[in-house]
Design a protein around this ligand. Structure first.
Ligand code: A2P
Length: 282
């Protein structure tokens, strides 16, 4: 991201009314997010408690002794005292060290054996220390969630699981499982991603070109993007749309002045292709 883009976008977002900000150390812009939040607090526009900031524990930091120092590093970058939510970004670990994507001489990822339950206990300690108000996970499947939920002596269960979720990948089974366990699904790529071929499976068609989403949008004078976001929130999925464009940042917030009928919800649910844009092949 060009320097300053994230800072400006978060400030516009906060002015627009957004309060939930999804970040991560590996996005390399946490300093700008923190600055935007702090500037808006200094302006008197918001209070710290109005903001819900989610940070993420990266794959190279799964060993339990690294968890708290990693969160402390994020807090230092943000210049905030706590995050509202801290989540394990992925259920598998890479070799700890400076390389974010450690690879061997053949270019293969170097994984690291860790015990997710031990990582979780370190996450619990961060909550107990007040560094994170809540703790959760991301990209966990049912088995991985069950491993945590069934952990002997579990102190805090994951409050949320951030996974890919949108009309072409509706996650019906995981959504139901999480509902039963009071785990909120936070849907990433709710607009179908930026279609950047370096990390996106572009063989799945562009979501926002979908005829059904566009036709329903026409009825409400909304865009396909707004219909896609409304669909997710209406089925209880939290959305974290990404935009660095002021007009689209505002557009993506204009989803609280209309609602989709039950029939339209079913019609959109039927678009599910069960194909991920974000395959996370590593
Ligand atoms: P931009 O940042 O230029 O707005 P996702 O949230 O699913 O990851 O999608 C993000 C992609 O969708 C980005 O490429 C973003 O580009 C684009 N985008 C965000 N909001 C809209 C919108 N309302 N209409 C069309 N494209 C959008």
């Amino acid at each position: 991201t060009p320097k300053g883009t994230c800072l400006e976008s978060v400030k516009i977002a906060i002015d627009t009314g957004y309060r939930h900000i999804d970040g991560a150390f590996v996005y390399y812009n946490e300093h700008e997010v923190g600055q935007a939040i702090r500037e808006k607090i200094a302006e008197g526009r918001i209070k710290r408690e109005d903001i819900f900031y989610c940070g993420k524990l990266w794959n190279t930091c799964h060993p339990p002794e690294l968890v708290r120092p990693t969160l402390e590093k994020t807090l230092k970058i943000l210049q905030l005292d706590y995050v509202d939510l801290y989540i394990i970004e992925l259920p598998m670990a890479f070799k700890p060290g400076d390389a974010i994507y450690p690879r061997d001489e053949n270019g293969k990822f170097i994984y690291h054996e860790t015990d997710l339950c031990a990582t979780w206990e370190a996450m619990e300690a961060c909550k107990d220390a007040g560094l994170a108000k809540s703790i959760g996970v991301s990209n966990f499947n049912r088995r991985q969630l069950e491993m945590i939920l069934n952990k002997p002596g579990l102190k805090h269960k994951p409050v949320s699981n951030q996974v890919e979720c949108h009309p072409y990948f509706t996650q019906p089974k995981l959504l139901e499982f999480c509902r039963q366990h009071d785990i909120v699904i936070v849907g990433y790529s709710p607009l179908g991603t930026s279609r950047d071929e370096t990390w996106v499976n572009v063989s799945s068609p562009p979501l926002l070109k979908d005829p059904v989403l566009n036709a329903i949008g026409k009825k409400y004078n909304k865009t396909a993007a707004q219909v896609a976001l409304r669909f997710s929130i209406q089925r209880g999925v939290v959305v974290i749309p990404k935009s660095f464009n002021p007009q689209r940042i505002r557009e993506n917030f204009q989803i609280f002045d209309f609602s989709l009928t039950e029939e339209e919800m079913k019609e959109i649910e039927a678009l599910n292709k069960n194909v991920r844009y974000v395959e996370l092949l590593m």
